[in-house]
Design a protein. Structure first.
Ligand code: 5GP
Length: 205
């Protein structure tokens, strides 16, 4: 059995597009992917669990993590920090597992700088009207926060060019199927597997 490094998948896209829903549905199904749980300074929402949905940190703790270079990427988004733990991602990839990040677009751009071989998937809203409805109907935020998130969403859509794939989220089930197809295809790419097959040939001949 030839040891291979895992592939880093990044699901990103504008606020309210349904990244969290697609990610949760993907992980409901049988998968070998490892989800990287993010750090955040935002308040826990009802039903969320520390260490499952996020690792909840104070601003001081988070800023310390930044200084210690413990984050692979981080972004300040609607007045809160969000970031990806570096050690977990690097170790898990090294062990040969695929890692899945679900993060906003500023962070995704930072990951792209460090991991150009990562697979970047942009989740696209069916329409801006739909996006607005989703952000409003979530109902957990004040009007000001909703407006902020919508403004961010417009700017975020413009960052699509940095991505490898675009998946329209008009139906969660279909979007998940498409993400699974992307994951499967990436594992079949010649440049990823050619060296394995060459080794097999060398061993056998
Ligand atoms: P929420 O507060 O709704 O859970 O998340 C807000 C936004 O932060 C979402 O777009 C989510 O994808 C993003 N996010 C979650 N974790 C991370 C992270 O570790 N880094 C970055 N850059 N964004 C994140």
């Amino acid at each position: 059995m030839i040891e291979e490094k895992g592939i880093l998948f990044i699901l990103s896209g504008p606020s309210g597009v349904g990244k969290g829903t697609v990610r949760k549905e993907l992980f409901q199904q049988k998968t070998d992917l490892k989800y990287s749980i993010s750090m955040t300074t935002r308040n826990k929402r009802p039903g969320e669990v520390d260490g499952v949905d996020y690792f909840y940190k104070s601003r001081e703790e988070f800023e310390q993590l930044i200084q210690q270079n413990k984050l692979l990427e981080y972004a300040e988004y609607v007045n809160n920090y969000y970031g990806t733990p570096r050690d977990y991602v690097e170790k898990t990839l090294e062990e040969g597992h695929d890692v899945f990040l679900e993060i906003e677009v500023q962070g995704a751009l930072q990951v792209k700088e460090n991991f150009p071989d990562g697979v970047f998937i942009f989740l696209f809203p069916p329409s801006l009207e739909e996006l607005k409805n989703r952000i409003v109907s979530r109902g957990t935020e004040s009007t000001e926060l909703v407006l902020n998130r919508l403004k961010e969403a417009r700017n975020e859509i413009e960052l699509m060019d940095a991505y490898d794939y675009v998946v329209v989220n008009d139906d969660v089930g279909l979007a998940v199927e498409k993400v699974q197809a992307i994951i499967q295809s990436e594992h079949l790419k010649r440049e990823r597997i050619a060296s394995q097959y060459k080794k097999i040939l060398e061993d056998e001949l």
